[in-house]
Design a protein around this ligand. Structure first.
Ligand code: ADP
Length: 242
């Protein structure tokens, strides 16, 4: 597979995945795509056969089909984001970024979901707090963590973003459903979801993208979580010397 791409008009070669890794990724992706496609097929068959004649049933099955299509859409978007993060990593341009402005941009994006769940969002960021990182990738990290905080926090919950104690640090926390201790190391694996049945529209790709970006930057991420109490993601980005 040709993994080269164009950047600023130049062709850049990306180190090709080992064929076995590539095959494993393709197998994982196909597996994830298979379920929503099978569900859609079943829903449409049912609509064509019988449910289509009863207006209430028709509505019910169409809404289910819509949810499956949205799931497929999220999956494809996340896969593209993951691939984009890998490509950006080839020539990682880093700069100082104002954390407060970045957080404000991300909050604007998640605003409809925050309002829908009546969540409270607080941020305490030291004035002028800077993070040395690739600007686009920092946006992606903040967005993925905040989207999760929204997704896994129930109505009227609280989300916090704080600048940390040391240079390059910040945290995103919520008082949502939390996680059991043994699950924490697994959440960064591609497609991993703690409770698939209760996955709240999760694809299991967001944190694997975050981890990939963290690794590219030589940064660190730690998770503190308690079931029923909430979660905190703590990040530490190194300065220009990395
Ligand atoms: P997605 O992008 O689809 O949300 P992630 O890779 O970001 O998937 O997350 C993987 C899993 O980790 C989620 O399905 C969820 O079980 C768990 N998780 C992530 N963030 C949180 C959080 N803030 N609170 C509780 N569980 C979380």
């Amino acid at each position: 597979m040709d993994l080269s791409y164009k950047s600023k008009g130049r062709k850049v070669s990306v180190a090709a995945c080992h064929p076995a890794t590539e095959r494993a990724v393709i197998a994982e992706v196909s597996h994830e795509l298979r379920l929503p496609i099978a569900n859609l097929k079943l829903l449409i068959e049912t609509l064509l056969e019988s449910a289509g004649r009863d207006e209430e049933m028709r509505q019910h099955f169409l809404l289910k089909a819509q949810a499956e299509i949205e799931r497929l859409q999220r999956l494809v978007v996340s896969l593209l984001q993951e691939q984009h993060a890998e490509h950006l990593g080839v020539e990682l341009e880093r700069q100082w970024n104002c954390l407060e402005s970045k957080v404000k941009v991300a909050l604007e994006i998640i605003k409809p979901a925050v309002e829908q769940k009546s969540l409270q969002v607080e941020f305490q960021i030291e004035p002028g707090w800077q993070i040395y990182a690739n600007s686009q990738q920092l946006d992606q990290v903040l967005l993925n963590l905040l989207e999760n905080a929204v997704k896994f926090t129930d109505h009227a919950g609280l989300i916090r973003i704080n600048s940390g104690a040391g240079t390059g640090c910040f945290s995103v926390s919520d008082n949502g459903i939390g996680m059991a201790e043994p699950e924490i190391p697994k959440i960064f694996n591609r497609f991993y979801r703690i409770d698939r049945a209760q996955s709240r529209g999760s694809t299991g790709l967001g944190l694997s993208i975050v981890k990939h970006i963290i690794d590219l930057h030589g940064a660190k991420i730690s998770v503190f979580s308690q079931e029923g109490k909430g979660s905190e993601f703590h990040l530490e980005f190194p300065g220009p010397s990395f």
